[in-house]
Design a protein around this ligand. Structure first.
Ligand SMILES: [Zn+2]
Ligand SMILES: [Zn+2]
Length: 175
């Protein structure tokens, strides 16, 4: 059974489990404390609130339902509700150009061609983010059963992409 809490980060050392980047000192962070079978004791995993809404919708919903307070709580709740309705949309991680033609799309099972836009997908287990392969950007709807919030997610987790990259991805997602 996980418990949730928030605090202002006292240092910039903790990594967000959603985006895998550091949580800056002074930033609000959401903690999920649970029994960690890898080390056989309780561990607290930290998230940026927005990353948690995208990647761990159940954590945000539980925290808010238990009376927890977060800035922009309504927006976070809306994002989380899409992820709860469509669990696979919460797996969408980083969009990038495929560097090779080796990966098989998890949706259509065809090879993802070199230079095609692809999206990495991840799932959570015991607080850890696990890579689960790639899908064509054009297969987002087939994989996630929705495109709602999909572009917001890829924009959030792929900060290196330019606006024209994002436009290309949006076109691929729209088919
Ligand atoms: Zn984050
Ligand atoms: Zn595909």
């Amino acid at each position: 059974m996980a418990t949730y809490s928030t605090e202002i980060a006292a240092s910039g050392r903790a990594k967000c489990r959603g985006c895998e980047r550091s949580i800056a000192k002074g930033e609000l962070r959401l903690g999920e404390t649970l029994m960690n079978p890898r080390v056989d004791r309780e561990t607290t995993f930290w998230y940026h609130a927005l990353c948690a809404a995208y990647k761990r919708p159940d954590a945000i919903t539980t925290f808010l339902d238990e009376g927890g307070e977060l800035p922009e709580a309504e927006r976070l709740r809306e994002i989380a509700s899409v992820g709860e309705a469509h669990p696979r949309v919460a797996r969408l991680h980083i969009a990038h150009v495929s560097p090779s033609a080796r990966a098989t799309c998890r949706a259509c099972r065809e090879i993802i061609a070199r230079d095609d836009w692809r999206v990495s997908v991840v799932f959570f287990e015991d607080g850890y983010l696990n890579p689960a392969g790639y899908i064509h950007a054009g297969c987002v709807e087939a994989y996630a059963e929705t495109t709602e919030t999909a572009m917001d997610r890829m924009r959030h987790f792929s900060p290196d992409l330019s606006e024209s990259d994002l436009a290309g991805i949006a076109e691929a997602v729209a088919g």
